[in-house]
Write a protein that binds this ligand. Structure first.
Ligand code: FMN
Length: 200
């Protein structure tokens, strides 16, 4: 987790695949870039390719899994990015969620969903099933999830987005998440801070 002033809004962006050269990261990078343009926003990218995440019940449930869970628990909001694999969201994203504990550290957290797919119908099935799982664990799943169809045509190999409309929609996900946090989470945090300071 990177250092940040205590009043910063922390957003964790989770990459939902470990496939080399994956397009999910290319799309997620646009979200990260948009978030980082805002003052007072600190982004933590959670990349499972760099982590050893255990299956539930595996004795090695500390280390990376614990650090990842702490990063996500400390986040004001979360972006889950997933590829469409076999008509659903990726096992990597499921493993991230399974490593968030039960009850889940995602409970009551605003979560924005980004799905990408090679196919022409996009990642609609992934997003809808992921929405169900996230709601089940108590996350506040934002409306307006973004699905990118034909993702391998929308980004070049260097990760540049070559489709202005796609770029606008993907960046818009970051904007919606920050707007939601400004409208619904920041007033609550400010209220709680006031109550705490008055109680001393
Ligand atoms: C195991 C696997 C299953 C896939 N299943 C689908 C699918 O059901 N529908 C689809 O449109 N694309 C499917 N794809 C293609 C991915 O959507 C494509 O690779 C896209 O770039 C997003 O995945 P990526 O982040 O790994 O690049 C699949 C790819 C893999 C590796």
């Amino acid at each position: 987790m990177s250092e940040a002033p205590s009043e910063a809004i922390r957003i964790a962006v989770v990459i939902g695949t470990v496939r080399p050269e994956n397009y999910t990261s290319k799309a997620a990078r646009l979200v990260v870039d948009e978030l980082e343009r805002r003052d007072g926003v600190v982004v933590d990218v959670v990349d499972p390719a760099t982590l050893a995440l255990p299956f539930p019940g595996h004795p090695d449930s500390r280390g990376d899994a614990q650090r990842m869970a702490e990063t996500l628990r400390a986040a004001t909001g979360v972006v889950l990015s997933t590829p469409e694999y076999h008509g659903g969201f990726s096992s990597v994203i499921k493993l991230v969620i399974e490593n968030m504990g039960f009850p889940s550290g995602l409970a009551a957290k605003p979560v924005a969903l980004l799905g990408v797919a090679a196919g022409t119908i996009g990642a609609v099935k992934s997003i809808e099933s992921l929405r169900g799982v996230c709601s089940h664990v108590g996350a506040l799943v934002l409306p307006g999830a973004v699905s990118v169809a034909g993702v391998q045509k929308a980004f070049d190999e260097e990760g540049n987005c070559t489709d202005a409309a796609v770029e606008k929609r993907v960046r818009g996900l970051a904007v919606s998440l920050l707007d939601y946090i400004d409208d619904h989470i920041c007033p609550r945090l400010a209220f709680e801070a006031t109550i705490r300071s008055e109680a001393v």
